[in-house]
Design a protein around this ligand. Sequence first.
Ligand code: NAD
Length: 553
Amino acid sequence: MPLPIGRFSLTNVARLYQLPRLLQVQHNLRAAMSSSPGYLINEPKYAWLKDLGLEEVNKGVYSGGAWSGSGNRIDSICPANGRKIASVVEGTPEDYNKLIEAARAAWPAWAETTPPARGEIVRQIGDNLRKNLQLLGKLVSLEMGKILPEGVGEVQEVVDICDYGVGLSRTLSGQVLPSERPNHSLMEVWNPLGVIGVITAFNFPCAVFGWNFSLSAVCGNCTVWKGAPSTPLTTLAVTRVVAEVFERNGVPPGVLSAICAGADVGAAMAADERLPLVSFTGSCAVGREVAVTVAGRFGRILLELGGNNAILVNADADLDMVVQSAVFACAGTAGQRCTSTRRLVLHSSVHDQVVSRLGKALESLMAKAGDPVEQGVLYGPLHSPASVEKYESAVARAQAEGGQIVFGGKRISRLSSSGGYFVEPTLITGLKPDSPLVQEETFAPIVYALKCDSLDEAIRINNSVKQGLSSSLFTRDLSNLFRWIGPRGSDCGLVNVNIPTSGAEIGGAFGGEKHTGGGRESGSDAWKQYMRRSTCTINYGKDLPLAQGIKFE
Ligand code: NAD
């Protein structure tokens, strides 16, 4: 029988001894109830996600330096296994309205900051990204599904464009032009636009943001970024890296605002008169809607839409280079780059050889298919079940139209059984260049091999599609080369020779013609789209001569 209260008994000692343990058990229970084991972020293997500031539930709006979100809670899904990584509380159109006002409030101070001082902030952002390069790259790989080297490469692209922005901040230049009037000066002055909107696609969840943000920021704009709804964790982690630099330097936090949201907020941005420029990256169908809305309010639009890219192989091409390039361009990123090769236009003298070698190369790539975050994997999953459906539907249509599958056409059962969205890279022959299927962009690893008999015919096939993004010619003949890049050559924005259609560098202007939207981002003079140009005529004399010699007296 226990001793009376206040005196030690064995039972009381045992209770005292167990109390901390009981408290610990209670704590663990509470923790288990508040964090669902179903989320990858709660598993030791994925604990690194927390080093990026991510939690099981994340607020999806960054505005005026604070995190919020009052919309739906959505899960970010890992394409390699179909499991939930973590969740995000999205922003609503009302959240967006508040965010725009915060961005507008930040603009005057940012616009008055000198361009080199803005460049210094962008330099620090690049450095902060460098510090987080591997982790951010791993997150891109985990959430989008591209292989780790490509995930890291994508973040490196943002670092590179930050470096580019730093240089640009010292070289943004207008022209001084000769005036026809005595004692007059004619010059161009470039000023920022204000607050600009950036809407991005799932397949490049941070690079496209970087292309826009770096230029927009050094040009003196505030940027509002809506990432793709299926890659919200990348949006948040990258925004956090930028926000740290703002806080350290006392930059008005509204210089960047980010909102995780879907089409409702995207549509609100397109219609918003407070955004003088909307930069949109995504499908042609959505891009068309956005373009019409923005044009309807006389806003500026920068469109980076779908592609239907071709590699042309001339009879004199180096076929080793062709096959190596085609594997990367067709199967890399599981065919989910806007610049992925979708058509191979092969001279009839090399058609069979290229088809046979490429089919074998794709087959051997299957040994390197797997979880894209793992080292050594070269081929990952599609991004979503919807992408798998589109892939399967295109394969079925190709077969119904008489196409022959040289390799691929199915899910990869060894990998799909664990819940991932894996499909084989697919090479199809026997379809006509003008088949409706070949003329479309199927955002999946499917390439159609098409036969031709001359370079003229190959160029005609290249240019026969609605899109005009990327194109490559393989030849060793200089005269072919200049024909290809000349006025009657490729009608695309990216015109390559002896390299794949994908894998552009940041120094050039990136974008395409026709249904690809006509926009140019990243290098060259793309910065001009983020500024308004004033032509200034200054009279420093005492007379008032009119242009064209007109007399009004
Ligand atoms: P998508 O068009 O479905 O979505 C793109 C973005 O638009 C997302 O942020 C989405 O939420 C938003 N959106 C959807 N409906 C909207 C609406 N009504 N108004 C405003 N915004 C809306 O494209 P996706 O599936 O994410 O991306 C794949 C497509 O993007 C492919 O066609 C690919 O070629 C293209 N892409 C082009 C480039 C390029 O630089 N040319 C780069 C990457 C991707």
